[in-house]
Design a protein around this ligand. Structure first.
Ligand code: MSP
Length: 516
């Protein structure tokens, strides 16, 4: 017997050196939209997020605060867990790398790599950027006017010389290139895929995977003088959460992951190191890694030193949660960099949510309350225009499936808006308010068509604006049991005579305060 198809999606696990900001919220929300979409579409979804708590960067942040790293990480990790609730994120699990289940998984992976001859002891001499927790070659660095060396990311580097275990990454270059070739969709978007391929074609050096100069990490099995390199530790979280090293149960069901969502800065770790570790351990690599772009704030790079970090909680207080969720996924073609500006946020919120969708639904449903006795009207025969609009709404699910599988959120939303705009044009053209006196039967048909389109749009908007879409669905009489995408089958239509409650506004307008 075959059950629902599994779908495993992950966010990166976030460093606990700092408060959550808009970048974290963005990655998590994109995953949430996909997870909700797939659940509604009948998949057995596992959605994982969590925190990356080891390494020198976190240890230094704890020291700077004068507290021990465990107490420090307990506090910051809780902020990330809270943020997931504030964002109304539907994750099924929240992993912390300081948990025992995770240490066990890391050590089991390490043992497998040792057994297969993939690890050897040597010494590392080279450059390291604590901010990126990454090693850099001399040729990648630039010297600033004051003589300091920085990594391509802008992070300062320091010279490191210590005994270290190495992973035989160099021998995995060819199998990686073969994997990219055989799995065209593994790295997305396409431009990023080319970047990774040329990086690997440039040759891979063996990778230092342990540190001996500090202790905030997972101990290397059999050698307590070393802790594992934080990226080996962190990447393993994706299988820890499936019960690895136990390969029955969740691991069998959900691995390989369908999608690791990451920011463009951490693509190399996910598309080079991670699949190489897995292949070397005799495990399957993930199916797809998507790298999204970065946000700037009113045209400026976001940084603590500039003091322009965007706190997602403040945004939500100002504009509303569903509005922020919608904006982040609508404003920028997913994969590109984007700019956050108040003006753009307000334009989307007022123009698209409040006017296009909110007004449409409010107008139509109030006309039904006033003129159709508060029940879904009974339609007469459909005209060509009615059928064209209904067909456009019925076609949305298929096109959204394809855009979601490509993570083209902006395109999916634009597709929904094409139908919403067509519905607005249809109301204006059909003028049901005028039909009330001249042709009440035709008015009933027009309002029925519109209510049916609103039902379909609200069902499809659930992943992006879950609260507002839920309220719209209540207003078109759809209970919890009628809200999965099964209700979008072409033959399922709004039931005439269904009692509809009196509507109330779902998407408020943003009104600037005096002086803004
Ligand atoms: N701990 C690692 C990930 C380990 S995954 C096995 C890490 N953490 S992070 O907290 O620094 O970053 C997490 C995510 O936030 C990354 O995907 C990063 O791209 C994203 N963002 C950080 N700043 C961002 C913006 N300004 N805009 C969009 N996303 C950004 O890296």
């Amino acid at each position: 017997m075959s059950g629902p198809k599994p779908f495993y999606i992950t966010t990166p696990i976030y460093y606990v050196n700092d408060k959550p900001h808009i970048g974290h919220a963005y990655t998590t929300l994109a995953c949430d939209v996909l997870a909700r979409f797939k659940r509604l579409d009948g998949y057995d979804v596992r959605f994982l997020t969590g925190t990356d708590e080891h390494g020198q960067k976190v240890e230094k942040s704890a020291q700077a605060k004068g507290i021990d790293p465990q107490t420090f990480t307990d506090g910051v990790s809780a902020n990330f867990r809270d943020l997931a609730r504030v964002l109304n994120v539907s994750n099924d699990d929240f992993i912390r790398t300081t948990e025992d289940r995770h240490k066990m998984a890391c050590q089991a992976l390490w043992d497998r790599l040792v057994e297969r001859g993939e690890i050897y002891l040597d010494a590392y001499r080279g450059w390291y950027a604590v901010r990126d927790e990454a090693f850099y070659g001399e040729d990648e660095l630039t010297r600033g006017p004051d003589g300091t060396l920085t990594a391509p990311s802008g992070a300062p580097v320091e010279w490191m010389e210590e005994p270290s275990y190495f992973f035989r990454l160099s021998k995995w270059a060819a199998p990686l290139l073969q994997y990219y070739e055989d799995n065209r969709g593994f790295i997305a978007p396409e431009s990023r895929r080319n970047e990774v391929i040329s990086f690997v074609k440039g040759g891979l050096k063996d990778l230092s995977i342990s540190r001996a100069s500090f202790s905030w990490g997972v101990p290397v099995p059999g050698d307590n003088a070393h802790v594992m390199y934080v990226w080996l530790d962190a990447l393993t979280n994706y299988i820890t959460a499936l019960g690895f090293p136990n390969q029955d149960g969740d691991y069998t069901t959900y691995w390989p992951a369908d999608l690791h969502m990451v920011g463009k800065d951490i693509l190399r770790f996910h598309t080079v190191y991670w699949p190489a570790f897995l292949m070397a351990a005799g495990l399957e690599p993930p199916k797809r890694v998507f790298a999204h772009g970065w946000w700037t704030n009113e045209g400026q790079k976001i940084s603590k030193s500039l003091g322009n970090v965007i706190d997602p909680v403040d945004l939500i207080e100002t504009f509303g949660l569903d509005q922020v969720r919608y904006f982040l996924l609508r404003e920028v073609p997913f994969g590109n960099d984007g700019d956050f500006s108040q003006r753009a946020m307000i334009n989307r919120m007022n123009g698209e949510l409040a006017n296009d969708l909110g007004n449409l639904s409010q107008r139509v449903l109030s006309m039904i309350t006033k003129n159709c006795g508060g029940v879904a009207p009974t339609p007469g025969p459909f005209t060509e225009e009615d059928t064209a609009l209904l067909d456009a709404a019925k076609g949305l699910l298929d096109s959204l499936r394809s855009t979601m599988d490509r993570q083209a959120f902006h395109e999916g939303l634009e597709g929904i808006w094409i139908v919403i705009r067509a519905a607005n044009a249809y109301v204006d053209h059909q003028a049901p308010w005028a039909l009330r006196k001249t042709d009440p039967d035709r008015m009933a048909t027009v309002l029925y068509v519109l209510a049916e389109v609103i039902r379909r749009v609200a069902l499809l908007m659930q992943p992006v604006t879950p609260d507002a879409a839920g309220r719209m669905l209540e207003q078109v009489g759809q209970g919890e049991d009628a809200r999965s995408f099964a209700a979008l089958a072409p033959e399922i239509m709004l039931q005439p005579g269904l009692p509809l409650p009196k509507p109330s506004g779902v998407f408020p307008r943003y009104i600037a305060e005096e002086g803004e």
